[in-house]
Design a protein around this ligand. Structure first.
Ligand code: UDP
Ligand code: MG
Length: 331
């Protein structure tokens, strides 16, 4: 019998999780008894009783598994933790707040049976979001698309079904600065689209704010493209060329008309402009160097504390596979 895993990263979802479980159960029970199910909840360092809720669910239902991370690592890394612990032949990634309707699951499974390896749900509408967030999102996807070679899908979140081959591919990508949405596109495989209306959160509140979205946006661009670096180079060439032409102009002007002490505003404008351009380019380089710095430490992307009631350090070494032993740490 094929096994289907529902992977749910959870951060402060004590109110939503029971509701999510109930509505998921309804759907699972409506599907013919063709599949074995696993509901894998990843507790991403919640500050409320989410872990307790997960434990209770597991006591009631043996299909429920849970993984407790040692602190809040963010959704991207919580998903990676989930990928490592999924035992199914395919998995469906869902949010705990019911913004991803479980009603789509039967259709996803149907496409999976037809041989598609990545069945993703595309939002027709985006639910309750501010106009500003919608506008930023639109502009962002445009920029991202222009700067990367791979096709990045617009209005597609993490809600999707992935075959085992995709899960294996994703677990091989161990960078700790993660932009999973881009990775889904990067790995390729046979993709199929489903359209849906994204609802609003059932309970709790979204843990994203403008700054976390902004940093995810920068992450997206810098982890999939070096276009900003190229932009810095091109800008440097253009500015140097302009400076060179201006230099010749000044040189000839001085020869023809002499050199009365003038031009303070011109010097100020040019200096400030060049200073600005230099800082901009340094900033762009800094973004990449920061990433090299973070990745070069080779830290595990997450640490887990407990898997289904078993303390990880005791007998579950899977999380340790994420890190190489650091020989220098003995010094
Ligand atoms: N989430 C997580 N870790 C975090 C933030 C969020 O695991 O640090 C989970 C959260 O519990 C939810 C999903 O990621 O299941 C989506 O989060 P949210 O609803 O806050 O995002 P939005 O729907 O506003 O994009
Ligand atoms: Mg949400």
């Amino acid at each position: 019998m094929k096994k289907v895993t529902i992977l749910v990263p959870c951060y402060n979802e004590e109110e939503s999780l029971p509701l999510f479980y109930e509505s998921l159960l309804k759907i699972i029970e409506s599907i013919p008894q063709k599949y074995e199910w696993e509901l894998l909840f990843v507790n991403d360092g919640s500050r409320d009783r989410t872990l307790q809720v997960m434990r209770n669910l597991r006591e009631r239902d043996s299909r429920v598994s849970y993984l407790d991370l040692s602190r809040n690592f963010g959704k991207e890394r919580a998903m990676l933790a989930g990928f490592d612990y999924v035992t199914g032949d395919c998995m469906i990634i869902m949010d705990a707040d019911l913004q991803d309707p479980p009603e789509l699951i039967p259709q996803m499974l149907q496409y999976w049976e037809e041989g598609y390896e990545d069945v993703y749900a595309k939002r027709k509408t985006r639910g309750k979001e501010s106009i500003l967030r919608k506008a930023f999102s639109l502009a962002y996807y445009r920029i991202l698309q222009k700067t990367t070679k791979i096709e990045v899908l617009q209005n597609v979140g993490d809600f999707r079904l992935l075959d085992r081959c995709c899960i294996n591919a994703l677990t091989k990508m161990r960078e700790s600065e993660r932009y999973t949405k881009g990775m889904f596109c990067w790995i390729g495989f046979r993709k199929k689209e489903i359209l849906f209306d994204r609802g609003d959160r059932v309970a709790g509140k979204s843990s994203w704010n403008f700054f976390s979205l902004f940093s995810l946006a920068i992450e997206g661009i810098t982890s999939f493209s070096i276009a900003p670096l190229r932009f810095a180079t091109v800008l440097g060439v253009i500015v140097s060329l302009a400076a060179f032409i201006y230099m010749i102009f000044i040189f000839i002007k001085t020869l023809m008309y002499g050199d009365p002490v003038q031009g303070f505003p011109t010097i100020m404008v040019v200096m400030l402009f060049l200073g600005g351009v230099q800082l901009l380019c340094l900033g762009v380089m800094g973004e990449y160097i920061g990433r090299i710095f973070n990745e070069s430490k080779h830290r595990p992307a997450y640490l887990a504390r407990e898997y289904n009631g078993t303390h990880i350090s005791a007998n579950c070494p899977r999380s340790l596979m994420t890190s190489e032993p650091d020989s220098k740490s003995d010094l």
